[in-house]
Design a binder for this molecule. Sequence first.
Ligand code: PLP
Length: 427
Amino acid sequence: MTITAQDSTQTPAAHSIRDGAFGHATGLSCRECGATQELGPHYVCSDCFGPLEISYDFPAVTREQIEAGPSNIWRYKALLPVPDDIETSPNLEPGFTRLLRADNLAAELGLTKLWVKDDSTNPTNSFKDRVVACALSAARELGSRVFACPSTGNLANAVAAAGARAGIKTVVFIPSNLETPKQVNSAVYTENLIAVDGNYDDVNKLASEIAGEQDGWAFVNVNVRPFYAEGSKTLGYEIAEQLGWRLPDQIVIPVASGSQLTKVHKAFRELVALGLVEDKPVKIYGAQATGCSPVSEAFRQGWDAIKPVRPDTIAKSLAIGNPADGIYVLDICRETGGAVADISDDEVRDAIVLLARTEGIFTETAGGTTVGVLKKLVETGVLDPELETVVINTGHGLKTLDAVTSLVGPAATIAPTYQAFVDADIV
Ligand SMILES: Cc1ncc(COP(=O)(O)O)c(C=O)c1O
């Protein structure tokens, strides 16, 4: 059966939404035509089928109020589509991850000042716990029965874990060729891990069809996507707060659907509008792996549209061939004076080891892509090494061990004797 965009925006079973359910959010506005719609499980504009995003009437917020909040994303709850009592509902309390000054990596790459925002320390070891926490709140307020997602792996981990803690039924859909650790990291939390014979774009299409047909399903990145996407803003808020309430000069962000990059940009603009940081130019750079680099290709070619590709890369978490927010990533990177670039799988592997050996941070292939693209941008003179730079590590290396097993291992195998140690001439 064919599902049209109109069908897929229909509201499921009637459910009365309580006052303040979405905090200071006022509605949904179309990112293409600007038409507005009331808050609900809608993600496509009923006028032009463009994507919807949350608009707000923010209250006055001070740095002190934020700093007095909990050490997780709810310190920014006034700026998110969540109720004021959000902390009382069981959730994984993600966020407020470390921002590490990375002097060793900076010296290796020839940069003056570099920080790694390390989101691999979130509850399920990726930044996806942030977006899922906001989607869970929306699903709850909308009275959804099932919490679900199509995923390249990390999102499924986050949805399965958050759903378990919240006591809501979860169903997560993944491409069947996903890395084993990512499959186990979902299956341990949910009995409904569904492997689909196809790539992420096939899984996403299936999820959109189910969302259009079934009542009461909250697909975090489909029909509650506007709420989900806002969770990524907290990455931007935290970076600014952890830098002492100021913005960096430039930032490198991995791109799959492109949602994270657009929301970090939105977060920086909101902080300026609210008077929480001083305005300044921030160059935004997007990172992709060459085997799935439709946004980088469009940037290189000067195109205004994204030509979908069939992914073939070890960076499976970034393997979205038809990225929903690709054109917005292009706009932001162009407008801010940044760029979008890509690197080969071998460069991704090397960058994983580089980050580990310089800073003691084990990233998955997405972080390898981001650090590798940072390296390439410096080497090719695209990125100014004198400017203050932040690079985001979005996920943990234990989820993609296979990527580096051929590169690392014992330097020697020796007998358990002191003489064998001496003979091996190790250091
Ligand atoms: C580890 C990791 N980093 C980055 C991304 C990219 O996120 P986005 O789809 O918001 O571009 C993903 C997406 O799944 C991911 O799993």
